[in-house]
Design a protein around this ligand. Structure first.
Ligand SMILES: [Mg+2]
Length: 307
């Protein structure tokens, strides 16, 4: 039996998740008896958690800023500057002043630190934790909890461009408030648009690759790292969850490549939607629908897309 220390929490409602798991024994990986491990790779935004980090677009004539939520971005981004409600706007890729500046770490001055200004990822997580309900928990939250609780090797592969340490500190806030029993057993953290990570780890020296391609490379590297750390065992299982259809498409392509390289291992892609998910097993040249379900409640652990 594993007991969990309940750390301080602001919102009494949030005890529910922890109480459910308080006396639940840890489970072994599915292929534990054969020496295999289950590796969990997670996209973060709108998959593990909903945060309010805004994306900024700019009026073409006046330069005036307009903020979009990640949901609005998903819906409109292919038409920005071309047609629809944002035809007169443009996207700016400058890391410090552009559209995604809140998804990057900012240089904090001495004064910023004195007044305890934080990187936006941290302040956005704190803002989410102040909500008096579970509305920040996104479709893969339960899966993330399960992977953490059972110490599965876990990778966070996010389009954000913060320092890795900032991502880790953000997740530490979820531990601090009792939503996770302890830190995940990290295999890797890839904030794939971080310039340093792109150049030195993801083979993108000219900062030209798109997010989906960068995630693809991050998956490849995470699998290789897994084999280095946990050995080359044919019974390993790998799964990645993401809510963005374009990412899911390229993640699936990368998993096919990996399946050809390691045909005895199992590879899964889980595409999440607001209230459901589709789990697909990736084979060498095709995919096989594995399961599909509605996510009915954030506390319903029977609905998990586990592998
Ligand atoms: Mg996402």
């Amino acid at each position: 039996m594993v007991k969990i220390r309940l750390s301080r929490k602001r919102v009494p409602n949030n005890q529910a998740q922890m109480e459910l798991s308080l006396y639940r024994p840890q489970e072994n990986d599915r292929n534990h008896h054969l020496g295999g491990r289950s590796f969990y790779f997670f996209d973060f935004d709108d998959n593990v958690a909903y945060l309010t980090t805004p994306i900024v677009i700019f009026n073409k004539e006046t330069g005036a800023e307009r903020t979009l939520s990640s949901g609005e971005w998903a819906r409109y981004h292919s038409n920005i500057g071309k047609s629809g409600p944002f035809s007169n706007y443009t996207v700016d890729y400058n890391d410090e002043t552009g559209s995604f500046r809140y998804f990057r770490d900012q240089q904090l001055s001495f004064i910023d630190k004195v007044v305890r200004r934080k990187q936006t990822f941290l302040s956005d997580i704190e803002k989410a934790l102040m909500q008096a309900d579970y509305s920040w928990k996104a479709p893969s939250w339960n899966c993330f909890f399960h992977a953490t609780y059972n110490k599965r090797p876990t990778s966070v592969i996010t389009a954000r461009g913060h320092q890795k340490e900032t991502i880790r500190e953000g997740i530490d806030l979820l531990v601090r408030d009792g939503h996770l029993p302890h830190q995940p057993n990290y295999l890797s953290i890839f904030p794939v648009t971080n310039p340093q990570v792109r150049v030195s780890e993801l083979n993108d020296p000219n900062l030209k690759a798109g997010v989906a391609d960068l995630k693809r490379e991050a998956i490849n590297q995470s699998v290789e790292e897994a084999l280095k750390l946990y050995g080359n065992n044919p019974h390993h299982r790998f799964g990645m969850s993401d809510d963005d259809p374009k990412n899911v498409e390229l993640i699936t392509e990368e998993m096919k490549v990996l399946k050809r390289k390691y045909p005895q291992m199992s590879f899964f892609v889980i595409q999440t939607f607001e209230d459901s998910y589709v789990k697909t097993e990736v084979l060498e040249t095709k995919t096989r629908n594995s399961s599909k379900a509605k996510i009915e409640s954030s506390l319903d652990n029977n609905q998990l897309a586990l592998f």
